[in-house]
Design a protein around this ligand. Structure first.
Ligand SMILES: [Co+2]
Length: 423
């Protein structure tokens, strides 16, 4: 999920092109192409694989009997202040890290579920699917992997694990915070650029990771720009690193790309009022913002923090505004007076019991059996108890792309916990 900044103090920076990172990783759309490959053997193999995959959607605990989940990608801190460390220091780092072993394992469980959920989706995606079907594929798989099935496991502890936030399926000029409400008829088309933003939470620890899906290869440079920008943000992140410096590096890489669409060349721009963010238990936006541009923020990342590094690139103006029907909401932290409206009071209880401060959408209220709740929900928003997060869009006719990873700042190294072989 993206975070917005109300006012941008961003200044354009113009620097020499930075040396590009590791070879490009594949985008989410590629597996779709593979699955429809013309090679007969390949098609057969894929079919077999697909079948195996969907049979494998079950409580992930059954697949990891020791309940220890795979580690993510380890990366040395770019600015390695620890290069000269002694064996004793190394031991102290590891001891400090071990204090959070359960938390790291929860994050790794959420990440393993995330990788499987998105792989399953990538195998199923094709043009003419409805966006409602897309989000159902994601959310039903997430619920099964976390042990929440139709029979309502975790009924006694509904917030213990499951969907971390509404699945974003924002199209084209819309960058973030779109998920269908009931009755939405939107269809994914061949020419669309779809940002798939998926959240999985385990004991309130949220894995927040997103990719972009296209069927038409004319958008490839846009996707590569954003993927490289996000990987740059990941590479620059570290303990004691200033947030503005990460933004500056992201911007430099993003703006070094051009994309040609329908005979016109666009320099890829970062969406300057969207940000990455740190994540707190049950709170998707923990208070620190990782800008996509140099913004002067001297705040530093700290040991033990957990960040969503996300970047958005666009062929538009590089500034999003809210618009369209709201689907995303989250309860604000704090204690609130009991709403006087009885429907608002009961709705707030449903929210408290099932989400706490985790983001939710109208579809999640529908499936809990809530009906005709819009007036009550709007009243909670009006009183500041619940925050609404409307869709965020650049100008009509533009195209936006997003990539996002969740990283853990261990004392000795960082872990790109959501990394997969797809992105
Ligand atoms: Co996010």
């Amino acid at each position: 999920m993206a975070e917005t900044v109300s006012d941008s103090t961003a200044m354009a920076v113009d620097h020499a092109e930075e040396k590009r990172a590791s070879p490009a990783v594949e985008n989410g759309g590629n597996s779709v192409e593979n699955a429809t490959g013309s090679d007969a053997n390949g098609a057969k193999k894929n079919k077999k694989k697909k079948k195996k995959k969907s049979n494998n959607i079950k409580n992930i605990e059954l697949m990891f009997p020791d309940l220890k989940y795979p580690e993510g990608e380890w990366m040395d801190y770019h600015q390695d202040h620890n290069l000269q460390r002694t064996t004793d220091e190394e031991k102290r780092y590891l001891a400090r890290d071990a204090e959070h072993a359960e938390r790291w394992n929860d994050m790794r469980k959420g990440s393993e579920i995330h990788r499987r959920v998105r792989k399953n989706l990538q195998n199923k995606l094709k043009p003419d699917m409805s966006l409602t079907d897309v989000v159902n594929v994601v959310e039903n798989a997430t619920r099964k992997f976390t042990g929440v099935d139709e029979n309502g496991d975790h009924k006694d502890r509904p917030k213990s694990q499951g969907v971390g936030f509404p699945t974003g399926v924002s199209l084209n000029h819309c960058a973030a915070h779109f998920t269908p409400n009931a009755g939405d008829q939107t269809i994914l088309r061949y020419e669309d650029v779809m940002k798939v933003d998926i959240g999985v939470q385990v004991n309130g620890y949220i894995v927040d990771s997103a990719f972009t899906v296209t069927f038409d290869d004319k958008y490839d440079n846009l996707l590569t720009a954003v993927k490289e920008a996000t990987n740059t943000g990941v590479r620059e992140s570290g303990i004691d690193v200033r947030l503005t410096d990460i933004g500056e590096a992201i911007q430099e890489v993003m703006e070094s790309y051009e994309v040609e669409l329908n005979g016109k060349t666009y320099q890829v721009k970062p969406c300057r009022n969207l940000c990455g963010h740190n994540i707190a238990p049950y709170k998707i936006h923990g208070g620190k913002s990782v800008p996509l541009v140099k913004n002067g923020d001297q705040t530093k990342m700290e040991e033990g923090e957990h960040f969503a590094i996300e970047t958005f690139g666009t062929t538009g103006r590089g500034y999003v505004i809210s618009g369209g029907e709201v689907s995303h909401y989250a309860k604000n932290e704090g204690s609130w007076p009991t709403p006087s409206l009885s429907k608002a009071k009961s709705l707030l209880k449903t929210i408290d019991d099932n989400f706490g401060t985790l983001p939710f959408c109208r579809r999640y209220l529908d499936r809990l059996g809530e009906e005709k709740y819009l007036f009550a929900l709007n009243s909670l928003v009006k009183h500041g108890i619940v925050e609404e997060y409307p869709p965020l869009c650049d100008i009509q006719g533009s195209y936006t792309a997003q990539y996002e990873h969740t990283i853990l700042l261990h004392p000795h190294k960082k872990e790109v916990v959501s990394r997969g072989d797809d992105y």
